[in-house]
Design a protein around this ligand. Structure first.
Ligand code: OGA
Ligand code: MN
Length: 206
C-alpha cells in the first residue's frame, strides 16, 4: 500500500521545514503523469512553447548560454483535465507547507518545460531580481523509463553557493523535487534524450 496523500504532503513539508528540500518519487500516479506528458506533447506540436528567458519580471532575456529549455506557461484559471490532479495536489501541499513553515504561500505559478537533447540550465537560484515572491520551487518530472545514462539530472547544491556538496535527482516520471527558492542553487545537466517537466513556484503576495 502506498502512502496516503496527506502523509506524503506532510512529509514533504516536514523536510522543507527541517532541511529545506525534499524529493518525492511518487508524487502523482503514472496514469496522471502520462496524461500530463501527452498534453505537453500536444502543446509542443501546436507550437505553444517558446525559448525560456532569464531574469524575472515582464522582460526576461534570452540567454541560451545559461538555459536552453523551452517553456509553456500554465494558467491556473484555465486548468485542463490533465492538469487538474496536479493543481489539486499542489494546493494540498501548499496548505501542508503553510501549516509547518508559516510562509504564507498563497498561490502557484508554473510552466511546462522541454529540454531538447543536449540542453541545460546552468547553476542558479530561482529567487533572482524581480521574482522575490517565489518562496518554494517545485518540479514534477514526466519522463517514462528514464535511465541513469540518459543524464538530465537536477543537481541540487546543499551548501549555498559552495559547489562541494550536492545531490543529483534523476528526472523520472512521478518524481517531485522541491526546495526553498532563496537558498538552494541548482542546475540541470544535459540529457541525451528529450526531458519533460512541469516547473513552478509557490509564491507570496508581492
Ligand atoms: C528552473 C529549473 C530544474 C529542473 O526551471 O528554474 O531550475 O530540474 N528547473 O527542471
Ligand atoms: Mn531553477
Amino acid at each position: 500500500m502506498g502512502l496516503g496523500d496527506a502523509t506524503r504532503h506532510d512529509r514533504i513539508a516536514g523536510e522543507l521545514a527541517t532541511v529545506g528540500w525534499s524529493v518525492c518519487t511518487d508524487f502523482l500516479p503514472p496514469v496522471q503523469i502520462a496524461a500530463l506528458a501527452d498534453e505537453l506533447r500536444a502543446r509542443w506540436v501546436e507550437g505553444a512553447f517558446h525559448q525560456a528567458g532569464v531574469g524575472g519580471g515582464a522582460h526576461p532575456h534570452l540567454r541560451p548560454e545559461i538555459r536552453s529549455d523551452r517553456v509553456y506557461w500554465l494558467e491556473d484559471a484555465a486548468q485542463t483535465p490533465a492538469q487538474a490532479p496536479y493543481f489539486a495536489a499542489l494546493e494540498a501541499l501548499r496548505l501542508a507547507i503553510n501549516r509547518q513553515l508559516f510562509l504564507g504561500l498563497f498561490g502557484f505559478e508554473g510552466h511546462m518545460a522541454v529540454y531538447p537533447p543536449g540542453s541545460f540550465y546552468t547553476r542558479h537560484l530561482d529567487q533572482f531580481h524581480g521574482v522575490a515572491y517565489r518562496k518554494v520551487s517545485a518540479i514534477l518530472y514526466l519522463n517514462d523509463r528514464w535511465q541513469p545514462n540518459d543524464g538530465g539530472q537536477l543537481r541540487l547544491y546543499l551548501d549555498g553557493n559552495d559547489a562541494g556538496n550536492s545531490i543529483d535527482v534523476p528526472p523520472c516520471g512521478g518524481t517531485l523535487a522541491c526546495f526553498l527558492s532563496d537558498r538552494f542553487y541548482h542546475e540541470v545537466l544535459p540529457a541525451t534524450r528529450e526531458r519533460l517537466s512541469v516547473t513552478g513556484w509557490f509564491r507570496v503576495r508581492e
